[in-house]
Structures are given as C-alpha cells and as structure tokens.
Design a protein around this ligand. Structure first.
Ligand code: GP9
Ligand code: MN
Length: 632
C-alpha cells in the first residue's frame, strides 16, 4: 500500500464510482423494474453516471482541498438519503416519490406509523459509498488532493459529463421515444434517466407549474367565464333528463380511428359489431367526431372527458397538473348520488392516474390489483380486452347503483400485437407492419366490445345503463402515411387528409331509446361531458366547460384540435393552410381566419384555467368567483 501512487482527484473518482455502483445495485435489489432487453439494462447501468459526474464535479470549483473533500462527503451523504428515501417510499407505495407527494403530509402520516416495518438495520448498507469515501480519505496521503485545479481540465471534465448525459438521453429516446415530452410513467423515467436526474426533472416540471399557479389570481376567470357563457349551447328539451338515474358505462376504445368503421380490408370486415351499432335503433353514432388529444394521448382523452377542457400543448396534464382543483364529470355525478370509478388493468401510477383521480373526486380506481392477470390472459401492454371486460362486468355487478364506470381498453395499443389464438383476420399487406397488424387488433377490440354487451346483459346491467364508447386518439401516426395512402387508395396523404383522419368513433348507446341515428355534427371529445350530463338531467350552465351538448340545436359544426388545427362543415385548417372541406383544395385564408382566432383564443383560455389552477377561485354551484378569503 505504501508504494501505491494515488492519482490526482482520486476522491472525486472514488466517490463517482462508489455511488454509481451502489445506485445500480440498489436499482437491482430494491426496485421492481422490469428489464426486457440488453439495451434497457445498459441504459439502467449508465443512467446514474451523468448526474454523479456533474454533482460531485461541482467540488472542482472549490479552491481548498479540504472544502472539496467536505463537499464530496457531504454530497454523498445527501445522495444516500435521497436514494434511501426513495427505497423506503417504494417499499410502501411501490412508486417513486414526486415533489407534490413529498409535500403532502397526509401521505407521510401513513408512512410514519409503519416506519418501523419499512426500515431495518441492514439498511445501513445504503450508505456504504459514504463509508468507502471516508476510508479512502483516511488512507490517502494529504499531498495528493493538494493538486491545483486546471481550468481547461475542469472544462473537459464537464464536457465529458454532458456527453455522458446526451448518450444516456439518446439511448433512452431510441428505447422509449418521446419519453421526456410525454413523461408518462415514473418507473420508465427512472429506468431511463436515473433516480437523480428524475428528481431534477420533477423539480423542473413542478416548479414551473407552481410558479404559474402562484402568479394567478381569480381575475383571469372573468374573461374566461364570459367566453364560456357566450359559447354555451342550450340543452335540447326533448333529451334533457330523459335518462336520469341510469348507470353510465363509458368505454375508451384504445387507438380506434373512424376509418376502419364500415370499411373492409382485403375483403374482410374489420369491425362487424361496431358497424352494426351504427345502424342500431338504440345508438347515436357520430361519424364526424374527432379526438382532441395532444401528447398525453389516452390520459388527455380522459382529461377531456372528465373536464371538457383541453390537455396541454406540451407534456401530459395528468402529470403536470394532477393536484389542481377540477369540477369533473365524476364529481358532478358524485353530487348526484352516483358511485364513480375508473377500471383499467394497469399500474395505478401509470400516467399519474392514482393522483389525478383524487383531484377528479372519483370514488374508486379498479387498477391491476382488482384483476386476475395471467400469462395466458395478457399480451403486449397487459390484460387482454376480452377478459378485462368480462372481469369488469362482474365487478360492476357488485357496485351500488347508479354508478358511473369508465373502462380503458388496452389490447389495440401500438405495436398492435396479438397472440395467435386471438387473430381473427389476416394481416394487411403494406410496407408498414404497424398498419398491417392494426386491422387485426381492431378486429379483436370489436369482438371484445360485442362480448361485453353480452356480459352486461348477463349481469342484468344492460337495460339500466347508457353505454358511451369513443376512440381515445389516433392509432396510426403520420409515419405510416405511405401505407395509409395505399389502404385508402390515394396517391398521398396530405395535411388535409391527416386532419380528417383524426376522426374517431363516438357511440352513445341507450337501450330502449329507439330513436338512434347517425349524427353528422362536426364535433369532438370535449362535447361528451355536457352531452351526457344533460341526458342525465344535470344542469351545466355554471360549469366551466368548453364543449357543447351534441343534441343541442345550438351545437356548432366546429372542432378544434390541440395543435391548433380545426375542422368545420366547410373548411379544414391544417399546416397553416385553409382547405375547402368538400374538395381538399387550398383556398384563401379568409375563409378560415375567424375560426383561427377563435381556436387560438379557446386553447389559450383552457391553458389559463389549467396553468393558473383557476377553478380553485370558482364556485361551480353558484357560478361566482371566490375571493381570496374563501377560495379552496
Ligand atoms: C396505458 C394506456 C395507454 O395505461 O393508457 O396510454 P397511451 O400510450 O395510449 O396514451
Ligand atoms: Mn391510448
């Protein structure tokens, strides 16, 4: 040991390596992260490195070696506590901690009482890197750390740190495209960018939204509410309250677009059951209806359904504004004696659902824990839709009535995989495997809905319910335009076509109604909330919602997409070009201009409500603004 020559900055190197190795071991031993391939493993291994290089590297800005060493030791203790805190939280909640959760003391009430069960003495091992650093400091001759710091060397060090970060992000982007922009799952974030970077990212997202929230006061609401009131559509008197007291069963049809409905693929019918419903006497089928989601996709569609507000232009509102005050569809039904719930056989933390559902005042979330999921009954993202529906119907049977259940299907999800025994029609034959398989998973989805209708009848729930079904967002992105052009027999897919392809089906199926018809209102997901509330006889004239009742005489043929595109019965506006809807030819912008202004305005108002958390200043019962003294 005596002859050993300690290289420069040994302590820094030891700290980075020790904490790095410890962190990877902790990932493996303390978190239940599913690693599916070698690339994921590689990402997992390198993901703590960029942060650790950066964090410990800050010591290089300190002149005195003593201060540097103190910083490194102190830093390692801090990081050990952060990691250990995560482990303890994970043991209890099976989830990674987020800032709002950390500050929600009620969460820790529960944690506190069971702390003894969570912590055990071997946990001291989580601090092993601190011990290693201390030992190294003891063994190292003082002279080594006295090396002065060269500025160019320090610069090179941070360039290398940045390179490691970009390598990490690059690999993560290939493994999980849009991870940071969509930010859909805490586990995926940790898996891909590491616990430490994840916390930084969380701090960034949360502080941005709390700053906007802090700056808001109720005054913006006056303008927003004038707009909402001016654009309100009076309910249709014949339909208002016609189905008061019925159960509401809403089904989110994963990735289902309208182009498959009443259509064929190489002579095969794709959606026989959903086709039959378009002609059914108890069904209102909306054939000019569009999704209005952004990057939050399914979660955005849920948000829109519940609030009749848009999601955000960036990221997923489910993640960034899960703690806001809302006046959701569920809350309105809850006030009217309904038992409200969501059913989805996935992890509760996915999309931050567990958090935001509390803000929506939903009574219950039947997540994966409520379902029996086996190897045979799952494919791709989880439980297959047929067993999901079957088990859901059985769960519904036990619910107090009237209830509102929103079911989120999953099998028809990208990359559209099926087990061989579930395949009912052959693949399509284009250059896109995605589109080729899509028809098959859509066919499966159709079958599952058909069986669900039978399940509901069997459970005796069918007659007393309204069944609403809607496509949550597109399934086939513009990356598959060539294949889509082939399928649709077009030369190419233009921006005009792409806009119209955002059509998703909407069915409002009301057993016993007898007056069902095909409805051609140009409409979108924001319209579902007011339509359903009115059917149930629940007033919405005071609600801060941007959609309009689809049965109202005053419903306007105008649908705005989250990205500013829009469609009316006369025009399509896409890629900043105004098209004649009937011909697809581009026309003078004047024909679109008034709508452009309204679309911009409406999206802006929606963003204001969310970013400023403005509904906390609003009393939705009276329609009054709450003053500082009494707001929620
Ligand atoms: C997962 C499901 C899918 O829980 O909601 O989300 P998506 O990728 O479609 O937005
Ligand atoms: Mn989806």
């Amino acid at each position: 040991m005596k002859d050993f020559k300690w290289p420069k900055h040994s302590i820094l190197a030891i700290a980075v390596i020790a904490t790095w190795i410890k962190t990877v071991i902790v990932y493996e031993t303390s978190f239940d992260m599913k690693i599916e391939n070698a690339m994921q493993l590689l990402i997992l291994i390198i993901n703590p490195l960029s942060f650790l290089l950066f964090f410990y590297g800050l010591a290089l800005f300190l002149k005195s070696p003593k201060a540097r060493n103190r910083f490194i030791v102190g830093g390692s203790i801090l990081l050990a506590f952060v990691l250990y805190g995560n482990v303890a939280f994970y043991r209890f909640y099976n989830d990674f901690v987020t800032l709002p959760v950390l500050f929600q003391t009620s969460n820790f009430g529960e944690l506190g009482t069971s702390a003894a069960a969570i912590i055990n003495w071997t946990d001291i091992l989580y601090f092993v890197d601190v011990a290693i650093i201390l030992i190294a400091l003891k063994l190292m001759p003082k002279s080594v750390e006295f090396t002065p710091i060269r500025k160019d060397a320090r610069k090179a060090y941070f360039v290398m740190t940045a390179a490691v970060l970009f390598l990490n992000l690059g690999l993560a982007e290939t493994e999980r495209p849009q991870l940071l922009t969509r930010a859909f799952d805490r586990e995926l974030l940790v898996k891909n960018i590491g616990t430490y970077n994840y916390h930084l990212y969380d701090v960034y997202v949360q502080s941005k939204s709390s700053a906007q929230r802090a700056l808001a006061d109720g005054s913006e609401l006056v303008e927003v509410s004038n707009y909402v009131r001016a654009n309100q559509a009076e309910p249709n008197i014949q339909m208002f309250g016609k189905y008061e007291g019925r159960n509401v069963i809403a089904i989110s049809l994963e990735s289902l677009q309208s182009f498959v409905i009443n259509n064929e693929m190489n002579g095969e019918v794709i959606t026989p059951f959903l086709n039959s419903l378009t002609q059914d006497k108890d069904t209102y089928y909306f054939n000019d209806f569009y999704h209005q989601t952004g990057l939050g996709k399914t979660s955005d569609s849920e948000f829109i359904f519940e609030n009749s507000l848009y999601g955000l232009g960036r990221g997923a509102v489910f993640f960034t504004h899960g703690e806001n005050t809302y006046n959701s569809f569920a809350e309105r039904l809850g006030e009217n004696g309904y038992f409200t719930n969501v059913m989805h056989a996935n992890n509760k933390s996915f999309w931050n659902r567990d958090m935001i559902y509390k803000s929506f005042n939903l009574n219950e979330f039947y997540d994966i824990e409520s379902y029996e999921v086996t190897e045979e009954t799952s494919v791709n993202w989880g439980l297959k839709d047929i067993p999901f529906f079957e088990q859901s119907a059985a769960l519904m049977k036990e619910m107090p009535q009237p209830f509102y259940s929103r079911l989120i299907t999953l099998t028809n999800h990208y990359p559209f995989y099926l087990d061989p025994e579930d395949v009912m029609i052959p693949e399509y034959d284009s250059n896109s495997g995605t589109l080729n398989r899509y028809f098959q998973t859509v066919r499966y989805l159709d079958e599952s809905v058909k069986e669900f209708f039978d399940d509901l009848k069997e459970q005796g729930l069918y007659e007393d319910s309204i069944i609403v079904m809607y496509g949550d967002h597109y399934g086939i992105s513009e990356n598959h335009n060539k294949a889509m052009a082939k399928y649709l027999n077009k030369e190419e897919i233009t921006p005009y076509d792409s806009a119209l392809l955002q059509a998703v089906p909407l069915y409002i199926h009301i057993p016993g109604d007898n007056e069902g018809q095909v409805m051609d209102n140009v409409s979108g997901q924001l319209d579902i909330r007011p339509t359903l509330l009115h059917l149930l006889g629940i007033e919405t004239s005071k609600d801060m919602q941007l959609g309009a009742d689809l049965f109202s005489e005053e419903h306007e043929d105008f649908v705005i997409f989250r990205d500013g595109r829009f469609i009316t019965d006369k025009v399509v506006y896409a890629g900043e070009v105004c098209y004649d809807r009937a011909t697809g030819e581009s026309i003078e912008i004047d024909a679109c201009q008034p709508y452009i202004d309204r679309a911009t305005q409406e999206l802006e108002y929606s963003d204001q409500i969310i970013n400023g958390d403005l509904l906390r200043f609003y009393d939705s019962e009276t329609g009054n603004l709450l003053t500082d003294q009494n707001y929620k």
